[in-house]
Ligand binder design. Structure first.
Ligand code: TPP
Ligand code: MG
Length: 313
């Protein structure tokens, strides 16, 4: 078990180092548009993606999915190049930070809030129909949970008994609107139960229990070929996007940083975590620097893009 926890810690730390390096790039004006970092969600994303099999499984994330791409096995250089709008990116730099697409890793993300959820249901239906024993996972936020398409997908997944894991990354806010203001009902886990979904709310302060429950959930979806809903508390370590005023950052006393909790746990077992930390930042600073030096999309690629959009010039 400790080996597995250390592997998750390593992956989560690499994601955090990657996000910090992207933040530096954004501060210097190198990232087109807004960038939503997944700070606080790294352990969840690493735990889930480490337990998936890219040959049969699919994972769909939101506008905040850099960590999902990395944890699914996409090359950090290609992800960084995509975020920076470079030709070496996952989609030649045309998708950008919110539209990451790594088909070999079974991974995609979507900037339309909630739209990734029905797409994951399609992947789950395909797996079920073809009998691959694959599963699909969708990550979405508390604001996305109120989208009609998400609620319809919960209904459909339950009716068709799809092997689909719904993961609610609840950081308490959609932009600057709190979930307690915007969401009716007792809470979002209770709401999911109304669709007949087995629904679990992870504890915020017992990191090893969280990790174990995630593994059990993935195993249940796979072996019983049915949907399950998991709500994970995510600390909002900064604001909504990198560089905003941070007025709506969360309270880490209520929801502590999972990466810190995992490090404390490993340290208490006398497992060395310090060297991993240093290696991760060196690696990701180098990756981001190399992505910055790589080429912008060629005129041919831009022509393809224009033709997809139907633009005439
Ligand atoms: C359909 C749609 N409506 C609005 C937006 C603008 N928007 C981008 S992120 C966001 C908030 C999403 O909040 P949540 O789902 O809780 O995810 P979080 O950002 O907290 O991770 C909004 C409203 C969008 N991208 N798509
Ligand atoms: Mg949110």
């Amino acid at each position: 078990m400790h080996g597995k926890l250390l592997a998750i810690y390593n992956d989560a730390l690499r994601i955090r180092a990657f996000e910090k390096a992207i933040g530096v790039m954004a501060d210097a004006g190198h990232v087109p548009g807004l960038v939503h970092l997944c700070l606080g969600a790294e352990v969840l994303q690493a735990t889930v993606c480490n337990a998936l099999d890219s040959k049969t499984d699919h994972v769909n994330g939101s506008h905040r999915s850099h960590g999902i791409a990395l944890a699914s096995g996409a090359s950090p250089f290609k992800v960084a190049a995509e975020i920076l709008g470079r030709e070496d990116g996952l989609s030649s730099g045309l998708g950008g930070t919110q539209h990451l697409f790594a088909p070999e890793q079974g991974m995609a993300s979507n900037g339309i809030v909630g739209a990734q959820v029905p797409l994951a249901a399609g992947a789950a239906l395909t797996a079920k129909t073809l009998g691959t024993h694959g599963i699909a996972v969708c990550f979405f936020g508390d604001a996305a949970a109120n989208q009609g398409a998400v609620l319809e997908t919960m209904n459909l997944a339950a009716v068709l008994s799809l092997p689909l894991l719904f993961i609610l990354e609840n950081n308490g806010y959609g932009l600057s609107t709190s979930s307690s203001y915007a969401s009716a009902g007792v809470n979002l886990t209770e709401r999911a139960k109304a669709f007949g979904l087995e629904s679990i709310s992870l504890p915020s302060n017992t990191i090893t229990d969280q990790i174990e429950q995630i593994h059990i959930a993935i195993n249940t979806v796979r072996t019983e070929s049915r949907p399950l809903f998991l709500e994970a508390p995510i600390p909002r370590l900064t604001g909504h996007y990198h560089g905003d005023a941070g007025n709506f950052a969360g309270d880490t006393d209520t929801v502590p940083d999972p990466l810190l909790l995992l490090r404390e746990f490993l340290d208490a077992q006398n497992i060395d975590t310090a060297s991993v930390k240093e290696q991760s930042s060196t690696e990701m600073d180098e990756v981001a620097g190399r992505a910055l030096r790589s080429q912008a999309p060629s005129p041919q690629i831009l022509d393809t893009w224009r033709s997809i959009l139907g633009a005439t010039e």
